[in-house]
Design a protein around this ligand. Sequence first.
Ligand code: SF4
Ligand code: SF4
Length: 237
Amino acid sequence: MATESSDKDNAVRQEDALQPEMVTVEIAGKPFRVPAGITLMKSLWYTGHDVTRGAGCLGGFCGACATYYRTKDDPKVKTCLACSRAVEDGMSFSFAPPFPARKATYDLNQIQDHKQALFELYPEAPLCRNCNACTEACPQNIDVREGVWKAVFGDFQAVSETFMDCVMCGLCAPVCIADIAPSLVAVYASRAYGVREMAKPPGLFDRIKAIEEGQYHDDWNRVLRMTDEELQEIGEC
Ligand code: SF4
Ligand code: SF4
């Protein structure tokens, strides 16, 4: 037969088992205890930080939560997206501030030579010194340095493919000793490639024309009147 004290011990043990394992992290220089395994972003909320900037899609796509971090006893500061990295005991991190990189403005329809225009819009691009700091700073593991060179040599298709996973977090710009904002150079090259070089899917323009001519007008109106259940049914077909 269980005694009153062993019942209490069991209750305490059960309660302990329900408590999450806790780790200590340093957020912007202050120590906090947070549950192990949660993301850096969740640890900010858990500790009552008012996240008014830097919380976006929370799925690793928008690049809003660019963060600098360092793990215990390692002097190297690395980068990550706060929504996609889990806390570790002894980790230290801070949100990266917005970096005022120069963003060129242009109208691709007004540009005659889209490859030459890169040097007018971003004259600093060919000054890349191959230091590779941008690649090391990229939380998406993009070969940023290689992408910049591909842009300079006019291989805009390769630029577009190289930067496919870029989330525009901007972490590659502050580290550049040549004042290049690689992701902005890549955006220009990718846009120019899409507008001027890429083969268009043959049916695309026929379909756009058909939409403009109202061929799907009745179908669209029918969809707009559907209930959620009806929409779900056609979505599963
Ligand atoms: S290329 Fe630059 S902006 Fe794009 S994900 Fe990497 S660090 Fe961020
Ligand atoms: S950080 Fe700047 S200079 Fe260094 S490799 Fe990247 S683009 Fe070139």
